[in-house]
Design a protein around this ligand. Structure first.
Ligand SMILES: Cc1cc2nc3c(=O)[nH]c(=O)nc-3n(C[C@H](O)[C@H](O)[C@H](O)COP(=O)(O)OP(=O)(O)OC[C@H]3O[C@@H](n4cnc5c(N)ncnc54)[C@H](O)[C@@H]3O)c2cc1C
Length: 806
């Protein structure tokens, strides 16, 4: 066995092999994959092999689409059979909301490039004459997908990888992984030790145990999942064309043809089972299956029989009950492990066959170039923090399983594992009607139900549309308060803090005490990695704020960027500090009542921060906000949050103070044309495409990504961001919708919201530069409805920032 490699991948399932193939294909052939038994002998070999295209997640759609495009070609590329059956798939809608979801996915399909048609029950029965479509409104027919032999496709990628120079070592268990003083990894296995630059944990159901060797606690649970194969069925034998793979919310199941037999997979709605709860999988286990458990799948099975009566008469030939890894949010852990350099995760994958190749391709790009060509925020392992412990992961996984084919509607909140993280105001805001959503474990108020109503969840404007409008109007006309304690907060201190931040961020940090700037961390390729509001509190003290969900990612970026010779201390103080946003034309009148600080424009202008006392509490007050009004963000020790909130309310009653939530924040921010990190500001683009050059200081000398940005400025851009008003009727842009010039797809939306002040629907799109000029018009397809969009040259509300400066 060789003693050194660039990359060592632990685990020879589809995730590990898919990565090995794509690393080798892209030129990293000094890679070794180590598998403790045979390739695919974990969860991969027994999978049902389905590879869907259908998903409402734009980036997951790209991952799946890539797999579906590669698998049909793999046999020709590698000489190894894959058992590809391009039979397509049909998913059922039984409610009008599910139909709306189909319309959303049909738009994503246009962007991503897979074929999808919304078809009638008659058309469904033409494609599958054996199915009973009772209660079905429509089908989403995805024509380019199908199913494969999971072992075949994995072995084909393994053959391809070996041909391109990669090494695979089987029957060799990795027993330990250690970080060496020089930053390399030592991978200890039964056959010896290899040192490597990068190590990848692709251990499937063992991934959490492998991760524990380096101190990681991964939020992964393994769930039992069963499918059964029937005896051959006469009707299939007599039928010339294979039926598509059916996915059906009524039984929470998939079913298809397996040669002339039926294959039925059930996701239980009750009695969901973990694979090894209370124990762990034996290291020596290989190709392990569990005994059939008919009782748990029977309710689902009965419903499948109602749908496909031809299955009812057929005997059962075999049952496969296998383990399937799962994370709290259904997506895999794909990317860097938190806190560790060059330790990568490719695990927690419950759709490995459909996503394995795409996941491998985009993770390989991330490892090789520091960034993938798609937005990976939704799969980045650092989207979960320490709050996502084993109990949290288990609760979410069980819930996810029961909802496998159930639509999650916009606004729908599912209870498992919650609340995981709350601010001290949680109970109080709840008692005031706060409806909460979860971000990075935090419960954040989305809106306030002042009359006790519940949100009627929908893709369209609903019964809280006007209530959110009221919250917006309160902020625009009076004064509003929002608990945004979920903000990620870092203190960066020390004699080299200023130089360090100027080296790591694209903008120059303020030279004067109290100055505040927006600054972005870039990759070496100049792509956007992070966004911070940086306030200089003192000569050697900077306070950095960033998105809640970016917490671990930004901590890594700052820590990993620090050189040993730099005298800088980076401290994540998110938990210790709470935040109240006070905004609106009366915010100064209000604040003056409970502070002695001078809040006049001369002493406390827009884009400055000061340490002052509010209600006798020492706070960091920043004159900045995401809503575009006069206001202060008040940052204080978490223990003081409730005191200050109560004081703000007591002082604010006379001005008509109101609570507002994240929905109003989004609407108000959209009126100001403010971008969001992870949505508009993503690793797919640089500051140039984002039109953010004013936040880059090329004059300050070198910073990470500078050379790449200068090159990008000279290149012809493929994309530019554009801010548009949309002639939308009853639904806003959600992100992923196609932008059309006649019938040609010219771009994609990133996000949208209704602007309650300006009474217009607003959105951001990425389009070729020739479409980005103010006044240009094109269409956006929202839920299959074409709406005209016009590019705006400036924020729709207060473009000169008069309100912010007032
Ligand atoms: C019944 C069933 C049906 C399914 N059907 C589908 C489907 O139709 N479509 C779909 O997309 N997905 C399906 N899945 C999910 C799919 O099987 C998994 O998502 C996928 O196999 C996960 O692949 P993996 O590479 O992450 O894990 P694995 O295939 O488990 O690979 C991990 C590998 O790591 C090895 N390993 C672990 N520890 C070590 C160590 N210390 N040293 C060396 N090697 C080690 C293991 O031996 C194993 O081979 C199904 C799952 C089940 C249970």
């Amino acid at each position: 066995m060789k003693s050194h490699a660039r990359v060592v991948i632990v685990g020879g399932g589809i995730m590990g092999v898919g990565l090995l193939y794509h690393l080798a294909e892209a030129g990293w052939d000094d890679c070794v994959l180590i598998e403790k038994a045979e390739l695919t002998s974990g969860s991969t070999w027994h999978a049902a092999g389905q590879c869907p295209n259908f998903t409402a997640d734009y980036n997951i759609a790209k991952i799946q689409h890539y797999s579906n495009a590669l698998y049909p070609k793999l046999e020709e590329l590698t000489g190894q059979a894959t058992g590809w059956h391009g039979v397509g798939g049909i998913r059922f809608a039984t409610t009008k909301e599910e139909l709306d979801n189909f319309r959303l996915v049909a738009g994503i399909a246009k962007n991503v490039g897979f074929q999808m048609q919304i078809i009638s029950p008659e058309e469904i029965r033409r494609l599958n004459p054996f199915v009973n479509t009772k209660g079905v409104l429509a089908g989403a027919w995805t024509l380019d997908d199908g199913y494969v032999d999971p072992a075949g496709v994995t072995n084909a990628m393994a053959t391809g990888a070996k041909k391109m120079g990669a090494t695979i070592i089987r029957h060799n268990r990795v027993t330990d992984i250690n970080l060496l003083p020089n930053g390399e990894w030592e991978v200890v296995s039964q056959q010896g030790t290899i040192t490597c630059e990068h190590v990848v944990n692709a251990g499937g159901c063992y991934a959490a145990r492998i991760a524990a060797w380096v101190g990681l606690d991964l939020p992964i649970t393994s769930m039992k999942h069963q499918y059964l194969v029937t005896e051959p069925i006469e009707e299939f034998i007599d039928h010339d064309v294979e039926i598509p793979v059916m996915r059906d919310p009524y039984p929470n199941a998939y079913y298809r043809q397996e040669q002339n037999s039926g294959l039925i997979g059930i996701y239980e709605r009750r009695n969901t089972q973990e694979a090894w709860f209370g124990s762990e999988q034996d290291w020596d286990a290989e190709s392990e299956l569990f005994a059939a458990d008919y009782d748990t799948i029977m309710p689902g099975l009965e419903r499948v029989m109602e749908r496909m009566p031809i299955f009812a008469e057929a005997g059962i030939m075999r049952v496969v009950n296998g383990a399937n890894p799962r994370t709290p949010d259904h997506n895999p852990l794909l990317g860097p492990a938190p806190g560790l350099r060059n330790y990568w995760l490719s695990c927690g994958q419950n759709m490995g066959i459909g996503q394995g190749a795409g996941a491998g391709k985009y993770l390989a790009q991330w490892m090789m170039y520091g960034s993938a060509e798609i937005n990976m925020v939704g799969v980045d392992p650092r989207r979960f923090g320490p709050y996502a412990d084993r109990d949290y992961a288990r609760a979410k996984a069980h819930q996810d399983f029961t909802f496998m084919y159930a639509l999650r509607l916009p606004g729908e909140e599912r209870p498992a594992g919650r609340p995981a993280r709350t601010s001290p105001l949680y109970e109080k805001l709840k008692s005031k009607g706060g409806a909460f959503g979860e971000t990075f474990g935090w419960e954040r108020p989305k809106w306030f139900s002042l009359d006790g109503r519940d949100e009627e969840k929908s893709f369209r404007r609903n019964n809280i549309f006007e209530l959110v409008g009221d919250e917006c109007r309160a902020v625009r006309e009076r004064v509003g308060v929002l608990d945004l304690s979920s903000f990620t907060k870092h203190d960066v201190t020390g004699p080299d803090a200023e130089d360090f931040l100027n080296r790591v961020l694209a903008n120059r940090v303020s030279r004067r005490k109290g100055g505040l700037v927006l600054a972005h961390g870039l990759t070496e390729l100049g792509r956007i990695e992070s966004e911070y509001t940086v306030t200089r509190l003192d000569d050697e003290h900077f306070y950095l704020l960033s998105a809640a969900a970016a917490n671990l990612r930004n901590t890594d970026q700052l820590n990993h960027s620090k050189r040993d010779d730099e005298k800088v201390t980076i401290k994540n103080i998110t938990e210790e500090w709470g935040v109240l946003v006070l905004a609106g034309p009366h915010s100064r009148d209000l604040l003056i009542k409970i502070t002695n600080a001078n809040l006049s424009n001369a002493h406390f202008p827009w884009l400055t921060g000061k340490e002052i006392e509010v209600a006798e509490v020492g706070v960091r007050a920043l004159r900045v906000n995401y809503v575009g009004e006069l206001g202060w963000e008040l940052h204080m020790p978490t223990a003081q949050l409730e005191n200050v909130y109560n004081s703000l309310w007591a002082a604010g009653e006379e001005f008509g103070i109101a609570d507002f939530g994240m929905y109003a924040l989004t609407s108000l921010g959209k009126e100001k044309a403010y971008y969001s990190w992870g949505v508009e500001l993503i690793n797919e683009i640089t500051m140039i495409e984002a039109g953010m050059e004013r936040f880059v200081d090329f004059s300050k000398g070198n910073f990470v990504g500078r050379d790449a940005l200068i090159r990008r400025k000279q290149e012809r851009l493929a994309w530019n961001i554009a801010y548009v008003e949309v002639a939308a009727d009853d639904a806003e842009v959600r992100g992923g919708e196609p932008v059309l010039d006649k019938d040609k797809v010219i771009g994609v939306t990133t996000s949208g919201a209704y602007g309650h002040t300006i009474k217009k629907s607003l959105a951001f799109v990425y389009v070729p530069p020739e479409y980005a000029a103010p006044g240009t018009t094109f269409d956006i397809e929202i839920l299959s409805h074409r709406c005209q969009a016009k590019v705006l040259g400036e924020p729709a509300y207060d473009p000169r920032n008069k309100r912010l400066r007032s």
